[in-house]
Structures are given as C-alpha cells and as structure tokens.
Write a protein that binds this ligand. Sequence first.
Ligand SMILES: *Cc1c(COP(=O)(O)O)cnc(C)c1O
Length: 402
Amino acid sequence: MVKLAIEGGPSVFNGKTAGEYAPKWPSPHPETEQKLIDIFRSGKWGLRGEYEQKLETEFAAYQGVKHSVWMANGTTTLECALLALGIGPGDEVIVPGLTWIATATAPLYCGAKPVIVDIDPETLCIDPAKIEEAVTPRTKAIIPVHLFSAVADMKKILAIAEKHHLHVVEDCAHAHGARQNGKGAGSFGEIGSFSFQLSKLMTGGEGGCCTTDDDRLAERIFRLSHIGNSHWHPGTLAESDLLCRQYRFTEFQAAIIYDQLQHQPEAVAKRTANGNLMKKLLEDVPCVKTQKSSCPDDVRSYYFIILLLETERLKSGVDRAKIFEALAAEGVGFGTAWGCPLYKSLAWNIPDNKYVKHEMPVCEEVCYKRLMSWGHAMFLCEPWVIEKAVEALKKVMTHYAK
Ligand SMILES: *Cc1c(COP(=O)(O)O)cnc(C)c1O
C-alpha cells in the first residue's frame, strides 16, 4: 500500500493543493466593469434601475416563475415572504435543523414561532415525516431549504401542505439554477427566497429576491420591502395589514448579478459535469458517499460539494478530524459547512433549544461526524483536478477503512 502523506509518503498533489487549481471566485466577468462605471457616471445608483428591472423578469424566467422582487439580502426576503402571507403572532412555522439561522429567525422577526425539525440522513433536507409530526392547529407554513442545492422532496412537502392548509416558502439561498422534475427551485411553493450574499452561487456582494407566480403576493412583497411603494400601482396605499420595511437593493449589485445570470447556464453545466464525474469515481472509494438528490433527475447546481462519511465503516479510533488531516496532507482541504445545527450556532442567540421540536439525532450526527464540504469553485476546475482529488480520497479512505 502507498504511504499516506501524513505518514511521510508523497502527497497526491505533490505538495500543492487542489484549491490552487480552482478559478478565481466569485467569477469576475470582464464585461461588468464598464457597466459599473456607466452606472457610477449616470447617478442612477438605485431605485429600480435598468438592471434591477431586467433581473426582475430574467431571473424569474431562469427559475421558472413569473415575478422576482429584489431587496437587500436573503434574510429580508424570508421575513417579507412570511409577512406577505400574513404570518404573525400565534403562528408556527416549521423549519429544518440544518440550515443557516435566517430560516428560523424569519418567523421570529414576524412575531411567529419557528418549529425546528430533523433532516433526512441522505438528502440532508427537511424530513417530510418529521413535518407531519410537528403540525399543530397553529402551524401556518413550512420553509423547506434546498440545502447545498439539493432540492427538498417537494412532491411530499406540497402534499403535506395541502392536507393541512399550510403555506410553503422555499429557502433557495443555495439553489440558483437547481431543478426538480424540470421545475426550478422557487417555483414550487407560493414564494421562493434567494440570497446573493458573497458566498452564494450568484452574488452581488449582498442581495436577495423573492420569486412568485402570484401577482398579489408579488405586489405585497414589493411594498413590504420598498416602504409601501408599488411600481405597479404608484401613488396608492398598501393593503392595511402591511407594516412596510425599507430593504431596497442597489443598481451596482443588480448589474453584477445580471452578468452572472448570463453565465449561469455554462457554470451549472460545468459543475454538473464535474459532479457526475466525481460521483462515478467515488463508487470505487470506501467509507464515503455523496449527498443524495430527492429525485434521481434533479439538477444540482452544486452550492458546496457535500460528501458524507460512513463513520461506521472506518477503523476504530478514526474520526472525521483524522480523515480531514490526512486529506489535507494529500492536498485536499475539506470543511464542515456551518459545523453545527442552526440552534447551536453562535449567531442563534436563543437559549435552551426552545424551538427544537424533538431530539435531532440525524442533524447532530451529520453536523458533528459525517458532513464533509468542499468549495463549489472546485467544480469549475478542469476534470483532472477532480480525478486527483478522488485519488486522494481513495488513498486515505482505503487506508482507514475497516
Ligand atoms: C445565506 C443564507 C440565507 C440568508 O442570506 P443572507 O443574504 O446572508 O441574508 C438564508 N438561508 C440560507 C439557507 C442561507 O444559506
């Protein structure tokens, strides 16, 4: 057997790292520079400029919906989505335990209560069976998260929502370009919520949008995020239940995101080809598998590349930290995404797990023992980098397999 780099053997990447071969991220599209200069000189820096208006229709079309309404970030979008649906004090909103805290703070911002439930061990998205168990007479909505671009099982979730008369808001912060059964993320529920924060698949530094097919909801969301104004009905009042926010977006962000949108099909195709290559090569590697899609033909746009360690198949005494150390020595650096469930996040400043519905064994085991995340820019590399990375995985996993 070849000696591991961690034990003094040669490293698979010859002392370099896979990350050194990744393209610059976020992708700096050269045509954007002139657009930013033109906007700067024009003085039209905000208030729904040319590129924001283009995005409203073109991004919506890309995800397969009628409207997209743009605002400051993907936290304000979740808040406005719930407010637009009339969710408020006394209401409960079911959310998964593995997500960024914004999914669960959104109901709190509206005066409602998040109800945190466990995830599916293979897709890592909300477990539909756990949603059913958590429904009470106060439940008003579900926020499935398409985690790391794996679209949650929308057929099951929509059936549960219909049965119990619940609203569905999809948290699509990881799902630009993702599809299930040919339909875009953000087109299944009444409202989709996207983030364009710096780490996401499309970014303007910051930014967010809500998607919807419903004209009335689009208008309510627009008014909620634009201090009561409506570009459809200027000079008229918002519906009386809306206490509107000022969460507007800028034209600089819009221009950057607009250019990224033009490049999305090619970026998704490249990540998908590398994703398929990695999945195929990993069939020969013990003790590790990829995050599964809910439906076999789902389009994954690969926000993070997620592997799951089969810890029960490792030699005794070997854990994820040891595997990470050995892989890093070979030149392949993995991370743990957020490293914990949302209710253990430092940013979740709420004691006593008070919104956690039940024990969360799957979520905790995934976070603390199994999840291995690799940056999405790696799937924009040439295929040889992926082949070498899997060679490193094979070398390390074979060594540590029972
Ligand atoms: C990033 C993220 C958000 C919030 O987005 P911001 O634009 O940072 O406010 C919401 N949900 C999930 C799952 C996220 O990862």
